[in-house]
Design a protein around this ligand. Structure first.
Ligand SMILES: CC(C)(COP(=O)(O)OP(=O)(O)OC[C@H]1O[C@@H](n2cnc3c(N)ncnc32)[C@H](O)[C@@H]1OP(=O)(O)O)[C@@H](O)C(=O)NCCC(=O)NCCS
Length: 199
């Protein structure tokens, strides 16, 4: 898969602008077919400041099984604000992805390892590729920052998330027994950016 950075607008872009795909192999970020929702504009932007934190926490708490403290949110979002991408519709937050990027120097070469910590889309807005677009935009940012691979964990029962990530080129890297506090097993998923998203 080969994707040019110019194909996707990372910040402050609207759903109609994020569809400039040039290859059928690229993740499909086409707007939805649903005529009611399609008429509403979805705006993507990265985290601006503390006033947005409460909304992100509420969204994640509503849809993620794992409870996270405000310190966890602050850790990720304050350290990597550009990797916290938000989707809004008519001023309402409808989806967010929260990521981390560990940057290191190996054999005199700068490299980076990305981590997708949290992802959620409001139930009534699902299956319109908003989740895919959020992840895609965060990965584009990671590539700009020198990232070589991205990992995350997902519950083995989470069909939606597993499909989303599989469609984007993530592979199952490791099975994690009773990984979550609710004792559900997880898959560690990995995406090698060199082979997937870089030219
Ligand atoms: C997982 C989640 C973020 C997906 O968001 P979304 O905006 O609906 O995702 P997309 O529209 O980009 O869908 C991507 C793919 O997943 C599929 N998918 C989405 N939800 C699905 C579900 N419940 N069951 C099966 N497939 C599903 C879509 O059909 C699409 O695949 P396709 O193109 O082959 O049809 C959303 O369901 C969610 O917020 N879930 C609760 C929180 C969560 O589980 N977060 C992930 C933690 S790892």
């Amino acid at each position: 898969m080969s994707i040019n950075n110019s194909d996707i607008l990372i910040e402050d872009s609207k759903n109609s602008e994020a569809t400039n795909s040039s290859s059928k192999d690229q993740p499909n970020t086409q707007p939805p077919n649903d005529p009611i929702v399609q008429s509403k504009e979805i705006v993507y932007h990265s985290y601006h400041g503390e006033e947005e934190l409460e909304g992100i926490m509420q969204l994640m708490q509503e849809y993620l099984s794992e409870p996270y403290s405000i310190y966890t949110y602050r850790y990720f979002i304050n350290n990597w604000p550009q990797l916290c991408i938000m989707a809004s519709c008519e001023g309402k937050l409808i989806g967010t992805v929260v990521c981390q990027l560990e940057q290191m120097r190996i054999d005199d070469v700068d490299t980076g390892k990305g981590y997708i910590a949290m992802l959620a889309v409001r139930e009534e807005f699902r299956k319109q590729r908003i989740g895919t677009t959020l992840v895609y935009k965060s990965i584009q940012k990671m590539i700009e920052l020198g990232c070589e691979e991205v990992i995350l964990e997902a519950e083995v029962t989470n069909k939606g998330a597993l499909r989303l990530y599989s469609n984007m080129g993530f592979i199952k890297d490791r099975y994690l027994h009773r990984y979550y506090l609710n004792a559900v097993d997880a898959w560690r998923l990995k995406l090698f950016l060199k082979s997937a998203y870089k030219n």
